[in-house]
Design a binder for this molecule. Sequence first.
Ligand code: 16C
Ligand code: ATP
Ligand code: CA
Length: 498
Amino acid sequence: KENCFVPTSEIIAVEETELNKKQRNIGKWQKMAKPHAFTVYYVKKARNHRWRCSDVTFWCVDEHLCNQWIQALKELLEMQKSRPKQLLVYINPYGGKRQGKSIYEQKVAPLFSLASISTDVVITEHANHAKDNLFEVNINKYDGVVCVGGDGMFSEVMHGLIGRMQKDSGIDQNNPKAPLVQCNIRIGIIPAGSTDCICYSTVGISDPVTSALHIIVGDCQPLDVSSVHHNNTFLKYSVSLLGYGFYGDILKDSEKKRWMGPMRYDYSGFKTFLSHHYYEGTISFQPAKHTVGSPRDKDSCRTGCYVCKKSEQQLAEQHKECGLKHEEDEEEWKVIKGKFLAINAVNMSCACPRSPKGLSPAAHLADGSADLILVRKCSRFDFLRYLVRHTNQDDQFDFSFVDVYRVKSFQFTSKLSEDNESNVTDIGKKRFGQFCRDHPACCCNIANSTWNCDGETLDSSAIQVRVHCQFVKLFARGIEENSKDEAAYSQSSIEQLL
Ligand SMILES: CCCCCCCCCCCCC/C=C/[C@@H](O)[C@H](CO)NC(=O)CCCCCCCCCCCCCCC
Ligand SMILES: Nc1ncnc2c1ncn2[C@@H]1O[C@H](COP(=O)(O)OP(=O)(O)OP(=O)(O)O)[C@@H](O)[C@H]1O
Ligand SMILES: [Ca+2]
């Protein structure tokens, strides 16, 4: 009844179809002596970036012809070298609403088996199980690693893979300037967490079936990764949010409420909003001059993004020049001191179901930069106005108390650690403990906040951060343009750039 066009890259599987009696007796096929059939399973694109597995069955009388078609289509699939054949899967049974295991078994495993992908499945028994396991397994056996869980689970797998690569190459991660070895094994995310920001920002939806299909067709999306150090100690890598103040405090409070599931973030978010604490410190950063985009751009990173491609070319050129001294260290540092409600550094938009355009709507997945958002001390009402703009079309950077910069590296030191380092002992501060009790309404916080690094707290408030362009790869393709208007708009802005 309907014609449809399916690129071979979006065929999931081709199978010979056994016709049952009922099928044989319908329509014109009932006149055939012995009809033969094959079924093509393919990706059907629905609304809002959702993908589904659809199928179409072809019938004919000639058995030889039918087999020729099956053979030809299977050969076409075999030629798609980017498709994974063997995957290592880690399932966190306690992430999000604790449905990781059933999501995998009911929605994902049947699709992998249809696409003839073999899997080794590990159900994690404790935090860091997946990370530690990745240091031991024979990684070369696999075409990819899949994590079933949330951003925290992705982070574990990413740390395992990057850590393993550095260990195998004898690179010391504690050295902030070490030339890290890139990780080429792709990671797939089956969303089953509380925020699922990495999945949402790279696919456009958090939906397990959609993500499974992106893995099957062998998509590849590079991602920027930030390395976080405290002096010469490696702390963590980050791909989504590094947040101090508001998001650090939410995370710290929400960890005690894990039993609440994803709701814990709303509860702790509300509490943290009411507490309205601000923190004093100094932030220094190197602006990202290499990238052609800016955080106030009107259009966002989409599949085949021009801004990310430009950065990829530059990266390739840099690799060619390998060995030559980079001017990075000599490039200018901008220094900002102040009182901040939130300091957020995002490597991607951080779009998620709570905020469909994210913390920085124009941030790019793979341009080698992060957007540094500084929210200065302001009234509760203004901060609420700022937060609300994450949920509508208004510009969240259009406030006098909000600044945003595109950076390739930054450092932060809280006033408290600066004072401690310079041995200025303020007896008053010590006596008053954590908060300014003389002025309870002023919300001035003498204690440090903590950094929220992709949903995990960091031990140190003083950190040094460097963005590594396109450092890991995902089974994703970025967010696809979903309307003709959007596509035309993006094209016109590229023309403007050229
Ligand atoms: C009035 C409504 C305002 C809503 C504003 C929503 C902004 C939401 C922005 C979400 C950004 C998520 C960034 C991703 C971070 C992930 O790496 C990390 C690990 O999964 N998730 C979190 O840290 C979890 C972070 C969870 C943050 C939840 C924030 C909820 C804020 C609620 C404020 C309520 C104020 C109400 C006043 C009447
Ligand atoms: N079997 C396990 N028991 C306890 N913790 C685990 C287990 N497996 C993994 N973890 C840890 O649970 C943490 C949170 O998991 P995950 O990210 O999947 O869910 P979430 O926190 O609900 O979602 P999000 O990160 O999207 O907010 C991860 O950092 C991971 O280290
Ligand atoms: Ca980026």
